[in-house]
Design a protein around this ligand. Sequence first.
Ligand SMILES: Cc1cc2nc3c(=O)[nH]c(=O)nc-3n(C[C@H](O)[C@H](O)[C@H](O)COP(=O)(O)OP(=O)(O)OC[C@H]3O[C@@H](n4cnc5c(N)ncnc54)[C@H](O)[C@@H]3O)c2cc1C
Length: 348
Amino acid sequence: MSTLHTAGRERVALLPRSAEELSELLARCRAEGRRVLAIGTGCALREDLLLQERDQIISTERMRGIIEYEPAEGVVTAWSGTRLSELRKTVEAGGHLLTPALPLETERTLGGVIAAGASGSDRLRHGPLRNHVLGVRVADGEGIITRSGGRLVKNVTGYDLPRLHTGARGSLGVIVEASLRLFPLPAVRNGWWLDAQSGAHACRVALQVRATRAQPLSMTALRLDNRWQLHVELAGHAAVIEDEERILRGISSSFQANEAGRTDLEQLMLRLRNQHHLSCQPARIEELVAQLEADPTTGDLLVDPGIATVRWTGARPVPEVPPLSGVQRALEQRIRKAIDPHGMFLRG
Ligand SMILES: Cc1cc2nc3c(=O)[nH]c(=O)nc-3n(C[C@H](O)[C@H](O)[C@H](O)COP(=O)(O)OP(=O)(O)OC[C@H]3O[C@@H](n4cnc5c(N)ncnc54)[C@H](O)[C@@H]3O)c2cc1C
């Protein structure tokens, strides 16, 4: 058992150590008519999440470890409580790159990252996480565990259920294990940065870079202590990187190499932790940044044009996000009812 703070209250979380223990707990919750909130470390739960007295929190953080990693296959399978940092260390030793690249990976679990549909700054090149979840084993409200998808790149048949669980925030069951597709580790990896006049300027340069043949791993604009910068991360074969460096300097001669770029970003992410954040349509990112910049109460800002996400400090509240349409909501409810007929799982 461990405790978790939600809405200012301390709640007890149960910590199964195996799939069998998890099944037993779920069957017990079902028999007692308790709803279940599945979590990893609980570091990124919804802010508006409301738990009732009888709701049971189950954390997978003790179900951890690599189940299978064959470097020749380019796929890794692990228990859902495995930290992203542990996965990355293992696959990098085997010559692979893991996506998504997220800050504070020692706190993030594989199951939590998949359930949150988390994409990292490297989505710019690799695309969304759902493209790389090849298979999952999931426990349902009776404690029955089923596998969908597989542990190999090309053996998926039937409906692509791993995609359905990616981003479902635990509302369709507890992810027990998952298999992720990997990428070759780049031979060269380096960072470049540019002083920008404003957020709009940084976003515009990022769009200019995107319009070329260069394929950065990530691009991040940040305003730290009232100074705007655009960070561009390149990764690949040496000859390709040389070409991409020339492209960057062609767009602006002020681009400078920065070995420590990622460390700055990690520090800023820590500062922006638990602050406001918003994802929007990529086409709206420049407008949103301009709105935030115009507000004198806004402090530091971090903009990821690749995943169209903004994080900021200050008083300005999160702007209204358009709600799901009635048709979308009805479809979501039908899917939940079909997969979780007793309404056991909370959306965390
Ligand atoms: C500082 C910070 C920066 C972040 N940056 C990004 C970013 O750049 N891009 C991005 O996309 N996201 C970002 N996030 C969100 C974050 O990456 C994920 O939500 C987080 O990794 C999940 O961590 P966790 O393992 O503790 O899951 P938790 O916080 O415990 O849970 C996250 C969600 O997953 C569900 N869940 C957890 N485990 C399971 C399971 N085994 N089965 C079913 N459901 C489960 C929970 O119910 C909840 O809905 C950020 C979060 C923070 C705090």
